[in-house]
Design a protein around this ligand. Sequence first.
Ligand code: HEM
Length: 417
Amino acid sequence: MTQMPHDTHFDSTLSLLNDPYRYVSKQSDTYGSDMFRARLLLQDTICMTGTEAAELFYNESHFIRKGAMPGRIQQTLLGVDGVQGLDDEAHKHRKQLFMSLLMNPTDVQDLTGIAEQYWRIYVHRWAYIDRIVLYDEVCEILTRAVCEWAGVPLAEEEVKRRTKELKALFGYAGSVGPKHWWARLARWRATRWAQKLIEQVRADHMIAPEESALRAWALHRDLNGNLLDTHVAATELLNILRPTVAVAVFVTFVAHALHQYPEACQKVAANEDDYVTYFVQEVRRVYPFFPVVAARVRDDFQYKGCPFHKGTRVLLDLYGTNHNAGPWQDPDVFRPERFQEWDGDLFNFIPQGGGNAFNTHRCPGENVAIELMKSAALFLARDLTYTLPEQNLQIDYKRLPALPKSHIILTDVQPHR
Ligand code: HEM
């Protein structure tokens, strides 16, 4: 049997937290191996990076998700009883509903169309304000858009509060101290809100539109034909609202890239041969979002002669795989054109997970993210002029999710029409 390289520190959690996006790939480079063992969060953990590792990770005969995510991430980002922690038939059954709600191009277009209407309203407001923080504004635009699309009523006086809560679920999930506790409180409040909506739809006290996500989760039945517990249904409804608002992180990076790469910005504005698609794919590849995903070994097996023991936690490096010099030449260079030749491999470009989303845990919201990013990129490049005043555009790689330090401040915003 081959020995897997081993990070010999007693516990490397601090190293991971200090450099969450690059810890795995740096250690892998040091050991000259795409897999190594380390003690993380006081548990023996296998860390893996690269295309082959991703292919192994998404082989569900070897890995399960139950109990893989640390409790503090479940209590904030994911919720404790959502699809992310399910396996096998229960997972496929629940996932099916996400896929039918999120993969239909017409539904995605509807959501993008609603978001565009809000962009227009907001841009006209920005023209009367000295400066805006783009990240905050986009979170609000996307909260309004996804609630409207999902059939979730949102009174005007609720908009700021709900945006703040949904934002806290992903914005502070990786934090410690007071921010972590605020994220937990936000999870509790958002779940209570979503639970009430589910209860109202079930009791016919509220009419949710026929094809809406709210109605779908309220009436969804599990494999035994029972309605979901309201807490579970609420978690799944939030599994649509929260990540759609989180697309604001990628939109902030879109604005960052348009500013940093003026030539690419001009090409987005001209959008010949659908250049904007290559541009947003390159944003999703180059910029950081989720550093890793976690699973546990289902049963003992060997891979390349190395033992994987039942129950061991395994981390797959998403960021490092997208920056792997094997498939990606000059991986740190921002070059959207590279996507003209990309063959659609399911494992070498994995900002939102790998494999086939229908039968693995890959994100079902990839098309939603891509389309919202494309429309934001076209909007920023074509439909308004603005200035980026002096500010700190450095990306804070220690923050989870990472963001430009200034969150992108815009002044002198003028819509073209
Ligand atoms: C903001 C950009 C997004 C990023 C970076 C992202 C990333 C991810 C990642 C890394 C996973 C885990 C994959 C795995 O466990 O193997 C995931 C799962 C998931 N995402 Fe996304 N996502 C985004 C947007 C969305 C959107 C817009 C939606 C829905 C509207 C969504 C819904 C989900 C759901 C429900 C899962 C769980 C899937 C499962 O366990 O089968 N995500 N996402």
